[in-house]
Design a protein. Structure first.
Length: 346
């Protein structure tokens, strides 16, 4: 069984190992930056950051038998502010026709854009390769963010954004950045990625403000614009099934597509449900019963460490109560009658 909880300072070594698998802006392979992310998350969960839209929540997944950190995911309450705008390329088509030579062309065009009052973003999803596919840890880590947003709807924006990773070269380079970004900044993809974590001013000042015709790029790069890499295809399919759609926008660094959805229309959030823990335990053999639901269940407390604990569990709802297996109750450290929060995992 896996337990998902709010990150703690003691999780730093485990997070460092995860970040080594996928060094990104949201989960950088840098101990100092990871420590700062953990600190901000702790202050977000306990409310020390007063403005809810400045908060960032980092969740970790722990394998209950070993206690090992095997995954993480993140919510950024608002991505895009006056100090650090959300930057993207709008992607659209323009047509040109010459009557004199009877030539018609349809070109894909990129145009840089900025959002200073942005949406809520979900990101930082990483699963230890040794645990992928074992009990759907990736889906649980993804869905826990929707569960938390449903529990605290007023803390988040009316639209949820996710930036998906594109296909990168074997050495981690971005073909789009090599063809475009490097030429205007003089920086490698890795250098620009690191710099953008603290400073986005250089993008606004050095990137061309007008339209960029993708026709000038190789066909390989044109075909990759707005497409996801093979490791991200499963996440894309899951997101589209629950209401996310391609925004016709891409990341200016790597060309990865932006998907978003209205918060209230995301399927797990629509099917959010609260109930009190029943004193009756669900038997392990109840999995085939018609009224059993596969759900992500959480208990949240306002005091102490690990304020937030969530597990995947079979559930049966009876009026205002929910029955869970004993193993799930023990993992949640829940008492009979405590209020639980749930979303479906189907």
């Amino acid at each position: 069984m896996y337990l998902i909880r709010d990150v703690q300072k003691s999780d730093l070594p485990g997070l460092k190992k995860l970040a080594h698998e996928l060094d990104t802006v949201n989960l950088p392979n840098d101990e100092k930056q990871l420590a700062a992310i953990i600190d901000k998350s702790s202050r977000s969960f306990d409310g020390r950051i007063r403005d809810p839209f400045q908060r960032e929540y980092l969740f970790v997944m722990v394998e209950t038998r070993s206690g090992k950190v095997v995954g993480s995911s993140l919510i950024i309450a608002q991505h895009g502010t006056r100090d650090a705008p959300h930057i993207f390329f709008d992607v659209y088509e323009k047509e040109h026709y010459s009557h004199s030579v009877d030539k018609h062309f349809r070109h894909r065009v990129l145009s840089i854009g900025y959002n200073f009052d942005g949406p809520t973003e979900i990101g930082g999803l990483v699963v230890d390769p040794a645990f992928r596919g074992q009990g759907k840890p990736g889906k649980q880590l993804s869905y826990v963010r929707f569960l938390y947003i449903a529990m605290h709807r007023a803390r988040f924006r009316d639209r949820i954004l996710v930036e998906l990773l594109p296909r990168l070269e074997e050495d981690g380079r971005s073909p789009l950045w090599e063809a475009l970004g490097r030429k205007f900044t003089g920086l490698s993809y890795q250098e620009a990625d690191r710099l953008s974590r603290e400073n986005k001013e250089f993008i606004q000042q050095l990137f061309p403000p007008g339209e960029i015709y993708a026709t000038i790029f190789s066909q390989k790069i044109q075909d990759a614009i707005g497409e996801v890499g093979p490791e991200t295809a499963g996440a894309k399919n899951m997101l589209t099934q629950i209401g996310f759609r391609y925004d016709e926008r891409i990341d200016p660094f790597d060309g990865g597509p932006h998907f978003s959805a209205p918060t209230e229309l995301i399927e797990p959030i629509r099917r959010f449900r609260r109930a009190k823990l029943s004193a009756t335990r669900l038997p392990e053999t109840a999995g085939g019963a018609g009224d059993v639901e596969d759900r992500l269940v959480t208990l949240e407390r306002t005091q102490g460490r690990n304020r937030f604990r969530a597990v995947r569990a079979q559930c049966i709802f009876r009026d205002a109560t929910v029955q869970l297996p004993e193993e799930a109750v023990l993992a949640l450290e829940a008492d009979d009658g405590e209020r639980l929060h749930t979303i479906p995992l189907e």
